[in-house]
Design a protein around this ligand. Sequence first.
Ligand code: ZN
Length: 497
Amino acid sequence: MRSWTLGLALSTMLASGMLVVGQAPPRTALLIVGAEVADGTGGPLRRASVRVEGDTIVEVGDEVRRRRGDALVDATGLVLAPGFIDVHNHSTDGLAADRAATTQVSQGITTVLVGPDGSSPRDIGAYLAERRARPATVNVATLVGHATVRLQVMGDDHRREARADEIARMADLVTAAMQAGALGLSSGLEYVVGSYASTDEVIALARAAAAQGGVYIAHIRDEADLVFEAVKETIAIAERAAIPAQITHIKLGTVGVWGKAAEVIALVNAARARGLDVTADAYPYLAWQSNLKVLVPNKQYTDRASVKEALDDVGGGRNIQFTRLPRYPQYQGRRLSEAAAAEGVSEVDFFIRIADDDVGIIGHTMAEPDLKAFYQQPWVMVASDGGVGNSHPRGAGTFPRVLGRLVREQGWLSLPDAIRKMTGLPAARLGLTDRGRIARGGKADLVLFDPGTIADHATFDAPGALSDGVRSVWVNGQVVWRDAAVTPARPGRVLTR
Ligand SMILES: [Zn+2]
């Protein structure tokens, strides 16, 4: 009797993450009883219990018996889902500075894919070794960035198309990065560095990633008036490089293309009907965050006509909010229209005055019907485009926002479908065969939440405000979030193929 009590107490401490030792990970035995299980496939909720041993789900079903030493979690009235997999996450550096990753696990995120938008660590092997040596609460995987390899080969002389020999050297770097553990190639073709690349250059690098079983995740060349051409380019890359391709943070970002989601969806559906593996992800916000220069597609940042057109495209300076404004910190958080008025100049003049500064902005430039149409496609998953320390509310609020606002309040999609878009679908996209589902033999990345109260609270003014409703989060069988706090456990692993 005495040893039973001790065993129970010990296993309770292990399951709660109270015991964290430097050597072997503690052997957790955990029984979660009576949850409504959303298993990640999109199938209906079903009442079941889940038993975990070590880092693995060992039983799922109605008749799971409690065994000696099991820590018990009563999940009555709560939903148990696989841990959320965020396929567009900017915690590349943040995971070193903030291994607790509180804004991430508090949302239910258990795996982050970093290296997005064409930008990744140069030495993927060293980066992943560092993550293994100093693990975080969450699992991490990375992409290799197109702009990163482009800069390695071309240096400052990158404002042109690359020569064949340069493309070959970039492809070799992509191959090496994939062999060091990257899951695929990312691009940021809208940004300086990536934007100078030809389609053929991207195809060559995508082929190198595809040869190693990788995916291509694209911040496409244009998300505004030329978005349809940019989507077609992405589909062409998927086809010619024979690679699964994902349009990341899919959006229609200017007045001229608002309401045209159906046209983008038709392009992707046609590609999929031809057998191409093209998917997308979206964040549940109608605003985006980038730098001031992305507003001007022709890069004539001091040309009055170009700047005027750029501002007209987003509905004027009232839709542009500053997040970083080095020479005018007093306007941080304010709109471009307000800053111009305070300076007594036109919006165009103020833009030109700050064009060469390192200015960060939020563009309030998307339409709700487009977001809804994208989320209702079975090939669109949820991703944050956020991460540790993000200055956009999506960094702390994305996943609860979908489950609270879009599922519970607005009814855009069913709860099991939303969970699939956060778990099974991204896991399949990345080739993570033992995550993203609640099934026997899978890794025990789990989220327990209250579907009636889950809600995001992060705003543009308070982007780090944590969400409510996520009760417990386990990563590799260890609890990392419980009672509205991060535990001491740091069980996150590096995920490679
Ligand atoms: Zn991006």
